[in-house]
Design a protein around this ligand. Sequence first.
Ligand code: SAM
Length: 239
Amino acid sequence: MTIQRLTKTVLACTVLVTVALTRPLPQLASVEGLGASITDGKPSLVLAAEGEGASANNHSWKGHQEVIEELEASRTPDVIFVPTPQDVVEIMLELAEVKRDDLLYDLGCGDGRIVVTAAREYGSRCIGYDIDPQRVKESLENVKENNVEHLVKIEQQDIFTLDLSEASVITLYLLKSLNTRLIPQLEKLKPGSRIVSHDYDMSGVKPDTAFTVDSIEDDYEHSIFLWTTPLEKVEESDE
Ligand SMILES: C[S@@+](CC[C@H](N)C(=O)[O-])C[C@H]1O[C@@H](n2cnc3c(N)ncnc32)[C@H](O)[C@@H]1O
């Protein structure tokens, strides 16, 4: 090999090594927008914004199928899944005056319809929490189908273990007894935060407003309650 050919070969190898070292690694988070982490021996499933959100949340990022396979039931849900009709969802979000700078938590998010609607229609950041792996899976799929991964996270969590202090809007479709059990957590919300509940009141705290609406979707009458923090305590027993 001549000196010239040898120099050319060395140069070509250098270029190849440089390209290989500087090429960005494939980011599963950006492609799938899905992540999972195991905390306290329980899987905590998260769907989050790519890039910044991913590192801020300190999750390890995995493919969709892998995430779903890791879902396990931690305990029986306190209430079964019944979806809020979409027209009632719209009224709940309007009543809460959801805005772009809100952080909305749906406690027991079911198929994710409330968080997806809030993100899609108001551009607000949302987290949907559910204890049931099947619901988490459906919510993750709903978020992905609606391309709101950059705004919405879904986590498999027991809502009674959550710190709600960062949220500014809370949506509920649980039971009166469960809403009431959440009061100590709801009291940690910042002043001016809104809590909207479908069908169920809360004992011992006075709603700002309560009314019924007829859903065109299911032909039933639905109650809606709104509270604004700080919660106003009233004498009332839980039944
Ligand atoms: C009636 S559904 C409401 C679903 C959704 N928020 C909606 O309005 O369409 C109640 C949801 O709460 C979930 N759930 C029940 N107990 C829970 C708990 N302790 N922690 C988290 N989610 C729970 C159930 O799995 C179910 O998906």
